[in-house]
Design a protein around this ligand. Structure first.
Ligand code: ADP
Ligand code: ASP
Ligand code: MG
Length: 435
């Protein structure tokens, strides 16, 4: 593995200063990412191979990032939980260790990368698959939710120069300690955008089972509207609060590096097909009006409350060290509160024990979901917040915690009644997007 890190060329940079690659003469580079549903079975892998070959035939150098097949990652995670639960000391279930989860989960994407490479070679094209570490994806050392800090895509560039199609296992990298890491759920998107930035690709195409980004999850809100164009800042806010169509870290990379994202459907593509183009618009070009763009929701969040007289920094630092991130923090002499999203916290039971040992007065309200309106200028007047609260009241969900900022109005509500949370999304959509 050492040669994968050899210092040929200048080390790649942060999201602000992407990539080490010297500009390549000749063919444009296109990065395509196919998600789990796009490679769920042999038939679909064949169709993806056809699409990749078509992009190569059109005169591009093609790098393809793949996710694990179908729900493989969920299956592996369930397996790990079963094994950890079975061995819990004194019968108590224990959390599976994050390092071993990364070793396990990273195998899902290795299966699909090899199968896609085989399928492409069977079509008479040269292809080669690489793991995240072979692709030069270097991360920090936080397991299960690592951040990419550098990309050194030398092996990919060499293979592209040989005329090969390169297939990369998404969602994974290697830390400076040479440990295998994964990038948080949905992280193959991040691999694709980070590689597109480092390779100075012409664009990054994200293929999934929807033909772009909608004004709400179309599975929950049937009247959701297709959004043909979107600003990175709005999509990042949507993704951070539950719209899983593109992962938040990926949008952050796109925003910082200027990579243009095209979200498309894998199987409804072709001339005339819809897509969402996501770009970083220069500040000042956004419309100055109050505009709600989308409704998003996320399950599995926790509300943390602390009484007055506490500085929260030590607690938040401890949470960070346990791999638990926070958002929507406020505190003052009367007390403080913040929100903990648990999507990328596989070991919450252990983390909870440690946090409450550190701050016994910490109150943790579990079993919540968050529902948000995302847009621009949402606090320019008090009207959007008033409408938000009215709609929630009419839908029968009681906000336990509410936040308001220019880009987002959000509320934490009881997740126990999923039907109410879904109804609230539909009513918010009718009031803010359709209205
Ligand atoms: P992949 O496995 O290809 O990465 P994901 O399942 O992560 O795909 O993301 C696609 C899914 O995101 C869609 O099936 C859709 O239900 C969901 N989704 C949630 N919010 C939105 C939204 N605002 N626009 C489009 N899709 C959304
Ligand atoms: N397979 C991983 C997941 O399910 C990564 C991805 O799909 O992007 O989260
Ligand atoms: Mg995804």
């Amino acid at each position: 593995m050492a040669d994968e890190l050899s210092n040929r060329g200048k080390p790649g940079g942060s999201p602000c200063e992407p990539g080490a690659s010297p500009a390549r003469a000749g063919r444009p580079i296109i990065v395509q990412k196919y998600g789990g549903s796009s490679v769920a079975d042999v038939d679909r892998i064949g169709k993806v191979a056809d699409r990749v070959v078509a992009a190569k035939r059109a005169g591009n150098d093609v790098v393809v990032v793949v996710s694990a097949m179908g729900k493989t990652t969920d299956g592996l995670l369930a397996l790990a939980r079963q094994v950890a639960g079975a061995g819990g000391a004194g019968g108590a279930a224990s959390d599976p260790p994050r390092r071993e989860l990364d070793m396990l989960l990273s195998t899902g994407e290795r299966v699909s990368m090899a199968l896609l490479s085989i399928a492409i070679q069977a079509r008479g094209f040269e292809a080669i698959s690489f793991t995240g570490s072979q692709s030069g994806i270097l991360t920090n050392d936080r397991h299960f939710d690592a951040r990419i800090i550098e990309v050194r895509p030398f092996r990919i560039e060499d293979e592209l120069a040989r005329g090969r199609i390169v297939i990369v296992a998404g969602y994974q990298g290697m830390s400076y300690r040479r440990e295998i890491t994964t990038l948080g759920r949905g992280g193959s998107d991040t691999t694709a955008v980070a590689l597109a930035a480092a390779l100075r690709a012409e664009r990054c195409e994200i293929y999934s089972d929807v033909d772009g980004v909608y004004s709400a999850d179309p599975r929950v809100v049937p009247d959701a509207r297709h959004l043909p164009e979107l600003d990175c800042a709005v999509l990042q806010e949507m993704a951070e609060c539950g719209a899983k169509v593109v992962c938040a870290q990926a949008v952050e990379w796109a925003r910082r590096s200027g990579v243009a994202l095209y979200a498309r459907s894998t199987f409804d593509a072709g001339p005339g097909a819809r897509e969402t183009v996501v770009r970083r618009f220069a500040s000042g070009t956004a419309p100055p009006t109050i505009a709600a763009r989308a409704i998003v929701a996320e399950g599995n969040v926790v509300l943390a409350r602390v009484p007055g007289g506490h500085r929260l920094d030590a607690l938040l630092r401890a949470a960070g060290e346990l791999g638990v991130s926070f958002r929507d923090l406020s505190f003052g002499p009367g007390g403080g509160a913040f929100v903990l999203p648990l999507l990328n916290v596989p070991d919450w039971q252990g983390a909870k024990r440690q946090l409450t040992a550190l701050a016994p007065s910490l109150e943790l309200v579990e079993g919540l979901a968050s529902v948000s309106v995302v847009g621009d200028g949402l606090t320019a007047t008090a009207e959007p917040l008033a409408r938000f609260l009215d709609v929630l009241e009419r839908s029968g969900v009681v906000p336990r915690f509410t936040v308001a900022g220019p880009l987002r109005l959000g509320a934490l509500v009881d997740a126990a009644d999923a039907a109410d949370v879904a109804a609230a999304q539909r009513q918010l959509h009718a009031a803010f997007v359709e209205g």
